[in-house]
Design a protein. Sequence first.
Length: 312
Amino acid sequence: MAAYAYEECLERSYRINWKIKDVLGTVGFDRGRPWLPAALSGAKGIFCLNAEEKRKLTQVEMGAYAHLFGFVEAFIAPEMVELARASETVNRVAFEALTNFASEEIKHMRLFREVRKMVDRTLGFPLELLEGQDQVAQVVLGKHQGAVLLLTSAIEWFTQHHFLSAMKDADELDPLTKEIFRCHWLEEAQHARLDHLETVRVFREMTEADRDQAIEDLIWLLAAVDGLLQQQVAHDVTNLGRYLGRAFTAPERQEIHRNLLRAKRHCFIESGMVHPNFQELFLAVTTPAQQAGVRGAVDLLLQEQQGPPAQG
Ligand SMILES: [Fe+2]
Ligand SMILES: [Fe+2]
């Protein structure tokens, strides 16, 4: 299994540490370019939009993408504070690395808040975005710590995958968008390794019954994430209509909704669950029966068709 170390994560983190003002710089978003790459966007499969409308859709999608990162960081930061406390007197370097991790997530939340303001200013109207961040964080943190850690680990590994596979070499992508997610990727690389270390530690100390509960809660959390994605997709469709000044017919709404949901499920569920580093961790801390349970639940979620509401 991968051999990560708290000390190395902390050292790398100190070397990388960036400031929000340096990331956002002085150059704004370019409305003439896509803001989300094709691999992470639902635009490519939509036939009722022309090329310019598809580009605008990626801009709406990026606003939601940045918002959703800030949304999940609202539970990741306090989770890391709690884990740091558990190490405070037994592993000083783990305590330091996890406290620093929490503080980086707080910085990311502020970064994404600034990004959302800039997106709204550039598009000329406030995007409708998923609400209830603090309530959702409370519910997530009420679930088994092993479940929260596995979900966090999947999220932080897909952050790595998204930048490296879809953004890094995408020449047409808006440069500011690329810089934001490059900087996020740099710090998240340490987070993903720390998640791995903490997940292994926490699962090692669990009873069989605890592990079953953790897996049951993980399946519940994945379904809850899907519910949140569906809500954000409905907002995306509304945001796009407003941006384009276009009223969609029912079949058009359905087509846009279906493609956006497929893309968001891929981004926020599938690409994390199938990431090889997440899989390595997941297989190490679960039994074949637990693995089959999670795999079956994820397959069901990814296959499920959800149409948009008739109106709205
Ligand atoms: Fe983050
Ligand atoms: Fe993170």
